[in-house]
Design a binder for this molecule. Sequence first.
Ligand SMILES: CC(C)(COP(=O)(O)OP(=O)(O)OC[C@H]1O[C@@H](n2cnc3c(N)ncnc32)[C@H](O)[C@@H]1OP(=O)(O)O)[C@@H](O)C(=O)NCCC(=O)NCCS
Length: 148
Amino acid sequence: MGYEIREMQIDDYDASLALWKRCEGIGLSSADDREPIRSFLAHNPGLSYIALGADGIIGTVLCGFDGRRGYLYHLAVDPALRHQGIGNALVTRCLNELHRVGGQKCHLLVFHQNVDAQAFYAQTGWTLRGDIVIMSKNLTCQADSSSC
Ligand SMILES: CC(C)(COP(=O)(O)OP(=O)(O)OC[C@H]1O[C@@H](n2cnc3c(N)ncnc32)[C@H](O)[C@@H]1OP(=O)(O)O)[C@@H](O)C(=O)NCCC(=O)NCCS
């Protein structure tokens, strides 16, 4: 299967969203609306990629760098085109770019039930962390704050 990997642009948004919607294991939220994705790409230039086949986008990966750690999101390959190395090629491209901009480690989140993605990451050199839990908080103006 011939394809090329190139940096994701906001013009790739519609096709990327369509791919995410047909991939199990991709959790979508308001952070995946067009404007947040535009902002994400602008904040992290040169780090997010698509795989482009003859008929359009067949793979995606979003990558961010906060100056300390890298983070991967929305690695997705068209269900009909898996097990051909496309996912690994997308991740490798991100990791090389992260390393180039000074990243020393990259993290990612996988749903517990997404055993296929966990197998993929384990096979491609990622380590399951048993010493960390992820905790989250939705951001609103804090009630006792005078700063917002
Ligand atoms: C995870 C995903 C991106 C992998 O993409 P892919 O293009 O099929 O992966 P690759 O072909 O590069 O796989 C590389 C290696 O990972 C392993 N691997 C990939 N998928 C696997 C699976 N389902 N089970 C076990 N091992 C797997 C294999 O060892 C494979 O190498 P091999 O084919 O030479 O044996 C794809 O399955 C996907 O889009 N899943 C749905 C979305 C998702 O869950 N994304 C992750 C969100 S955190």
